[in-house]
Ligand binder design. Sequence first.
Ligand code: NAI
Length: 271
Amino acid sequence: MSYNLLKGKRGIITGALNESSIAWFVAERAVEEGAEIVLTNAPISLRMGKINELAEKLNTIVIPADATSTDDIENLYTKASEHFGGEKIDFILHSIGMSPNVRKGREYNDLNYDFFQKSIDISALSFHKMMQVADKMDVLNEGASIVGLSYIAAQRAYPDYGDMSQAKAVLESIARSFGQKLGEKKGVRVNTISQSPTVTTAGQGITGFDVFVDFADMLSPLGNASALECADYVITLFSDLTRKVTMQNLFHDGGFSTAGISHAMVDRLSK
Ligand code: NAI
């Protein structure tokens, strides 16, 4: 159902790789809610994924950008502004995560430090870079909204989430620090959403991911939040209904983060 929550707004959506990507759902929902968007992803992901199909469906363009490169980000904003007829940007979704250590199954006590730096660069510093370049190029509208996607491993230890735990902690911290800066300067909101485990390409790269998903679902009174439900929440943050929400890490997890144990788990463990 559409409420026209983003009518007249323009935004950039990163990270739509295929139809299970959280960003894919956000892109579809943003357009349904009346926004004009441009899509972007790393050049290599454009070749592997299905983003062009999504662009065709949503009648928009894809601008390749490696989010670790400030040159690529500058080019992204220049081309997006051209596409928007010189108008500024009202929202940005940062939906980017990758850890070479996790991908190669490195144990936490056997991490490769070059990989570690790549994980932080791709999954966290890219959030800073996207905001810093946007600020310097002055492409954001007053009251714009920027959202990054996080995971509760920023606060709690998960054995196979590896260095992504640190990347997410940095991501959430950047949201606070940049939220303060951009809030004072332009009334811009910056938040992260800490999402339930969700079956996507990035998610499935984690050892034992299916167990994460089942465990979280069993513990959460409302069950796990789906990618579409996450997209709905992102839309509210892009909309004018949340103009005073900023510098927050917002849990979107069916209650998981504050649940102790559930009846479902007691039943399962008493068997
Ligand atoms: P996904 O694999 O569909 O999306 C990750 C995206 O990051 C891909 O589109 C990939 O091309 C992009 N990417 C990787 N390196 C890049 C680079 N250098 N420059 C630009 N883009 C790059 O998976 P998903 O799950 O939709 O991930 C989106 C975000 O949601 C990530 O930040 C992830 O950590 C976060 N998240 C995912 C959860 C899950 O269980 N799937 C749970 C909580 C948060």
